[in-house]
Design a protein around this ligand. Structure first.
Ligand SMILES: C[S@@+](CC[C@H](N)C(=O)[O-])C[C@H]1O[C@@H](n2cnc3c(N)ncnc32)[C@H](O)[C@@H]1O
Length: 251
């Protein structure tokens, strides 16, 4: 049963809206729904605006939580988050260092996987982004599994025994030496980069600085439009987002 403080998705068959149930009103193009009308309902139930427009109440999945953040920076897309999670080696209880919190979209996914005993320590040099990320993590209910450090990583960080390092910034080769000692041997690092030129620089740096099993991937995701007698791929698909480089630290 839905209660105050829960996150819900309102879905009208086309668009999903993420709503945190409080004391407010949800305003759509076809009228409003008072949040208190959601309390006591079950997921899967229908709810109507004051003008009679129909929504179904859905339970948000991780994709909704990461995509529907307030964002000022480029976020990491679910297709890329998926491969990061399976290749990172993280687990409930893991300690993760992330550099480049941005809006905290990826931080939400990492925090979701290390909870309840793990922690994501995430560095963001811009105060405004750190605050946006804090708000997004709070809305997702994951803030207690994250420590946001509003600091630029430009020297060795003090964290130790880290299980995974995630670098989402344009020049990872400049800071790998600052985070390398924090990562446990045999554990993984990931760099997310938009261009091939950056990929080459990062891969050569990793190869020369004590990382093995280096692999670089790009993920394509194409939706399929399913209609009787004319099922085919959607014409539009997200164009290039990023390349992902994974490496494992050796002694
Ligand atoms: C593309 S954004 C990260 C987006 C984020 N992964 C998300 O999903 O919302 C890159 C961020 O890295 C931050 N940044 C760049 N260099 C940094 C450094 N050396 N230390 C800390 N933050 C840094 C930038 O301010 C920017 O917010």
């Amino acid at each position: 049963m839905i209660k105050a403080g829960d996150l819900v998705i309102l879905y009208d068959g086309r668009t999903k809206f993420l709503v945190k149930v409080g004391s407010d009103k949800f305003h759509g193009n076809h009228g409003y729904i008072e949040h208190k009308q959601l309390v006591g309902k079950e997921f899967g139930e229908e709810i109507r605006t004051h003008l009679g427009y129909s929504f179904v109440i859905l339970s948000p999945v991780l994709e909704d939580l990461t995509m529907k953040v307030k964002r000022e920076s480029q976020i990491v897309y679910p297709k890329d988050i998926g491969i990061i999670l399976v290749k990172s080696g993280i687990f409930p209880g893991a300690k993760v260092v992330e550099v480049g919190t941005g809006s905290g979209s990826l931080t939400i996914a990492l925090a979701n996987f290390v909870r309840p005993n793990g922690k994501v320590i995430t560095y963001e040099k811009r105060k405004d982004f750190a605050e946006i990320a804090r708000g997004n993590l709070g809305k997702a209910g994951l803030e207690k599994f994250v420590q946001i450090k509003n600091q630029e990583v430009n020297r060795k960080i003090k964290e130790k025994n880290i299980d995974f390092v995630m670098l989402d910034l344009p020049n990872p080769w400049d800071i790998i030496s600052h985070v390398r000692d924090s990562l446990k041997e045999g554990r993984r690092i990931c760099c997310l980069l938009p261009t091939i030129d950056q990929v080459m620089e990062a891969v050569f740096y990793l190869e020369e600085n004590g990382f093995t099993a280096i692999e670089t991937v790009e993920i394509w995701m194409r939706e399929i439009l399913v209609r009787k007698g004319k099922t085919r791929p959607e014409q539009n698909m997200p164009s290039h987002t990023a390349y992902l480089i994974f490496g494992t630290k050796i002694k």
